[in-house]
Design a protein. Structure first.
Lengths: 684, 157
């Protein structure tokens, strides 16, 4: 095996582990939320088991050893030897973090030698306080001939009641030795298994039970190994022969076998592997292939080219005299359009990973803040552009923390105001026409717009005379440096501010809405475009050049009449728009086309694009012409061209030439800052 | 013969230069380039390379030389560095050179400051000097090419 092959295998391992880790997290949190269930524990156990196998196979002994202990711990949970408490869930989460750290090191090309001894010990401690004795209840002391089953609620039930004897009805006086009970429990477990395998083994097991119950004084001689020995004495083929019934047992206990064991040769293991694909958890995961995003983008690039070539062919198909050729071109157009649509969809991924991260954040943060929080998550299946998915995590984490920390009151405060002690937070994602909406909703104290207003006046963001809408006032909390601490709560903030959230969302061409009522809660609503890869744009002309203006930025286009345009102080142009006066800029000025200097005047050849910019600061921009309106695929500009204010990317137009995509609001902003004090329309 | 011994020789403003073939992705003929606002004049703009948008610089202006009239021989070299692509406009593409390491000398202080920033080595061939340009050096821009609004360097003719 050469190095690249090995690397590929390690890469696959890392990918698989990532999935396992996120699976863990999801399941652990579900465990805490919904309580333990067989399905859930089976799923966790299986995930840990697979991880152990693959890490051992690749020689990552630290991970393998740790997952071995982890698996044993999980098995104890599965066998209900350890009750699932909040502490146990925290331990599990820590275990997940430990594995995740190892994988991160691998990803960075290092191999961590951290063994996680502390965690292993912590997990072992959970097992110590005689959980078995407490975990399994017996309706009566076991007697010879009994076959016990551990059923629902950890109650051991008799499989086959022997004739009632006087001994059985006698009240039990002597306390049951926990160690003996442990042996019994093990026997019951084996009995359960044995019952499904064949009767001989059942009899062996009940024989064991007999010996165990009849000789309480000899308990020293008994150990699980001893039990195993008796079982081993049974002919192996009897166990291996009847695997079909085993599949019908819903919960198949399996001892974590040592790492060195070749799992393929153990019949039980083979059976488990056989069952796996039939279990519901497995069938749920859809069939998919992991593809590098760069390859998808490349595919999209080529498909884009194909579309352009196709349109050239379409335009010139009149020259083809052969009807067959014409027909073929027409059919090809159709297919290429479908391929294009498909290739666009390839970038769409589910929100699930972000939701899982949020569940963890809610768990950790509410614990740290000592708040009782009930969280609901809806819409993790919602699909979103991969690029957006990668960027939306941080803003959402911030909003969720914000809601938990600043939004929700403390338990005492809630009780004092007559609210239920448990706070509610819900995170919802859904598609609404051409946008993806993600809401972070809490039932906390709400935003006090009065105080925000005071603060805004204090900071000079508005004057006492300004009559702003509630919405506009609330939006001040996104202002850089606007201290939420003084406005919303007395708790200290956590790192980055809401302004970072806002700019982050804006960079994805999205926006944020806030809904809030004092005392009732706050909803932050992030609206994102369905995909950032495609934009609906106006192709505008300026001299011989073409630019693209995203349609979403433009409220309307119009041809200004002379009467509509006024000059302010002889140079700034103002456009009268149905009674509203908005500043008017010429695109050439904004783009600093010195050759294209436009004097301030009231007559124009050209079309004005009116930008409402969330109806706050509307303005209009004059271009020579609007050539067309079309969907274009956004291409990133090279690294050397990034960060240019007002240019958000490029796209390839129908004739194969690229054009720059403009952000008009950003251009205006740059112009305001850059040419301050200079006559507008003439930039040095 | 190893690939990294070979270089592509080309002409800019009457002088011969070379780049290592290992950093050369391809050479394309004259193609349509779209100008980008707010960039210094050596940044010719962007072009479409089979669906990918690539920035193109003009070597003459990059070396601080006046622009030339467009000719049929003008070509664009597509250079690759760490996965990034950059188009470089040259006056003509000449030939492929084979240079042994001992034929390469470290570049002397060149009179042209702008040029010496990009030179990796100098090769002497029959009394003639060929400046070997460092591909990565062509990719490095003064921070970024952003000149910002209001800065005087935008002179789009």
């Amino acid at each position: 095996m050469d190095v690249s092959e090995l690397k590929q295998i390690v890469d696959i391992f890392i990918h698989e582990s990532d999935e396992a880790i996120s699976q863990f997290e999801h399941c652990f949190l579900a465990l805490e939320r919904e309580g333990p269930s067989d399905v859930l524990l089976d799923k966790i156990f299986r995930t840990a088991h697979n991880l152990k196998g693959s890490s051992a196979a690749l020689g990552f002994s630290e991970i393998a050893e740790f997952t071995h202990h982890f698996e044993s711990f999980l098995l104890s949970l599965k066998k209900k030897e350890i009750p699932v408490t909040a502490h146990v869930v925290s331990l599990l989460l820590e275990g997940r973090d430990f594995i995740s750290d190892h994988i991160d090191s691998l990803r960075a090309g290092r191999k961590s030698h951290e063994k996680g001894d502390r965690l292993v010990q912590a997990m072992a401690r959970e097992k110590e306080p005689k959980p078995v004795a407490q975990a399994i209840e017996l309706s009566r002391p076991p007697t010879a001939g009994d076959i016990w089953f551990v059923g629902e609620g950890l109650k051991a039930e008799l499989f086959e009641l022997p004739e009632p004897t006087a001994k059985a009805t006698e009240p039990e006086v002597a306390p049951i030795d926990p160690k003996m009970l442990a042996i019994h429990a093990e026997i019951f477990r084996l009995t359960q298994l044995a019952a499904a395998v064949n009767l001989t083994t059942v009899q062996t097991a009940s024989a064991l039970a007999e010996i165990a119950s009849d000789n309480p004084s000899h308990e020293q001689e008994w150990s699980l190994e001893g039990v195993q020995k008796i079982l081993d004495a049974q002919p192996q083929n009897e166990i291996a022969e009847i695997p079909n019934e085993i599949a019908e047992i819903p919960q198949l206990p399996s001892e974590p076998e040592p790492i060195e064991t070749n799992t393929e040769n153990t019949p039980t293991e083979a059976i488990i592997t056989d069952i796996l694909p039939q279990t519901p958890m497995q069938t749920q995961s859809d069939e998919s292939v992991r593809v590098n995003l760069a390859r998808i983008d490349k595919l999209r690039d080529y498909v884009g080219e194909l579309v352009i070539l196709q349109s050239v062919l379409d335009e010139h198909k009149a020259v083809f005299t052969s009807p067959l050729l014409q027909k073929s071109v027409a059919r090809m157009s159709k297919i290429i359009r479908e391929v294009q649509e498909l290739s666009m969809g390839l970038r769409m991924v589910k929100l699930k990973p972000v939701f899982r991260k949020l569940q963890r954040i809610v768990h950790d943060t509410s614990e740290a803040l000592n708040k009782d929080v009930h969280a609901t998550y809806i819409g993790e299946e919602t699909e979103i552009d991969k690029t957006v998915l990668d960027k939306i995590g941080d803003p959402l984490v911030h909003l969720v923390r914000n809601a938990l920390d600043h939004g929700l009151e403390t338990i005492e405060e809630r009780v004092a105001t007559g609210k239920p002690a448990q706070g509610k937070i819900s995170i919802n994602a859904f598609q609404q026409s051409r946008a993806i909406v993600i809401e972070v909703k809490d039932d906390g104290r709400g935003l006090d717009s009065g105080r925000i207003r005071e603060k805004a006046i204090e900071r000079g963001l508005m004057t006492v005379l300004d009559q702003f809408s509630e919405e506009k006032i609330r939006s001040f909390i996104f202002h850089p440096g606007f201290s939420t601490k003084a406005v919303v709560t007395d708790l200290s903030g956590r790192g980055i501010g809401l302004d970072a959230v806002s700019s982050n969302v804006q960079s994805m061409q999205g926006r944020i809405e806030i809904e809030s009522a004092v005392g009732q809660g706050t909803t932050f609503r992030i609206l994102l475009p369905l995909t950032v890869a495609v934009v609906d744009g106006f192709i505008v002309k300026l001299g011989e050049e073409r630019y693209i203006v995203p349609k979403a930025q433009v409220a309307e286009t119009l041809r200004p009449q002379e009467v509509d345009v006024n000059l302010a102080q002889g140079r700034s142009q103002l456009l009268n728009l149905r009674g509203m006066t908005v500043p008017l800029f010429h695109l050439a000025t904004l783009l600093q086309k010195n050759s294209h200097l436009v004097e301030a005047k009231t007559t124009f050849e050209g079309i004005a694009l009116v930008v409402m910019e969330n109806s706050k600061n509307p303005f209009a921009v004059i271009v020579d012409d609007v050539l067309s309106q079309q969907q274009v695929v956004i291409k990133k500009l090279g690294r050397e061209l990034q960060g240019l204010a007002g240019l958000s990317g490029a796209a390839i137009l129908g004739d194969g030439n690229p054009a720059v995509i403009l952000d008009l609001a950003e251009l205006i902003e740059a112009q305001r800052k850059g040419s301050f004090g200079r006559p507008s329309g003439k930039v040095a | 013969m190893q690939l990294n011994d070979r270089f592509l020789a080309f002409t800019v403003a009457g002088e011969q230069y070379a780049v290592a073939l290992t950093s050369l992705r391809e050479v394309i003929g004259k193609s349509e380039i779209t100008g980008v606002p707010f960039t210094p004049n050596y940044m010719r703009g962007i072009l479409n390379l089979r669906g990918q948008v690539i920035s193109v610089i003009d070597l003459r202006s990059r070396f601080g030389l006046p622009p030339a009239d467009s000719t049929a021989e003008m070509s664009t070299l597509i250079l690759e560095s760490n996965g990034d692509l950059l188009g470089v406009c040259v006056d003509s593409v000449d030939f492929v050179l084979h240079l042994q390491p001992d034929q390469l000398e470290s570049p002397p202080a060149l009179s042209n400051n702008a040029l010496s920033k990009f030179a990796d080595a100098v090769a002497r061939i029959d009394r003639q000097f060929i400046v070997v340009l460092g591909s990565e050096k062509l990719f490095s821009f003064e921070e970024s090419v952003v000149t910002g609004v209001g800065s005087p360097s935008t002179a789009v003719a």
